[in-house]
Design a protein around this ligand. Structure first.
Ligand SMILES: [Zn+2]
Length: 142
């Protein structure tokens, strides 16, 4: 750093150049101002980041969904709620009908096969699908 000689006087007793008090006060005032400006800038940056931090809260609400799912009533490990279970049952029933399942004549009624591939494909949903068939009074076998 280049010294400005006007800012220093030679201290004969210490045998070194010493900054003049008036200059020192002035410099420290400048330093204080710079420090204050930096502080203001930092606060401004933090304010600028606020919208981002509020969007973080949005992400947090997304993160809370697994917790919601964990708190759901126990409809099995597959569907989110009873509405989804009902929808899935209907779709599976359509698919099952269109697959023309094998049937067994039981005299007054038929029992229909839940084929191996169908059971495998919808393994997770089979418990509520079988319950659905029972409710519809549809005989089934595996
Ligand atoms: Zn399901």
């Amino acid at each position: 750093m280049k010294r400005n000689n006007r800012d220093y006087h030679y201290d004969k007793t210490d045998k070194k150049h010493v900054m003049k008090d008036s200059v020192r006060r002035k410099k420290s005032a400048v330093h204080a101002r710079i420090k204050r400006e930096r502080q203001d800038k930092k606060e401004a940056e933090q304010k600028a980041l606020d919208p981002e931090s509020s969007s973080d809260e949005g992400d947090a609400s997304v993160d809370s969904k697994p917790a919601e799912r964990a708190a759901k009533p126990n409809n099995g490990p597959c569907c989110k709620d009873t509405e989804q279970v009902a929808e899935k049952n209907e779709r599976m029933f359509e698919e099952w009908k269109h697959s023309s399942p094998a049937k067994i004549d039981q005299g007054h009624s038929y029992a229909y096969e839940l084929s191996f591939w169908f059971v495998c494909k919808h393994r997770a949903h089979m418990p509520h699908f079988k319950a659905f068939l029972d409710l519809k009074n549809i005989q089934w076998f595996q």
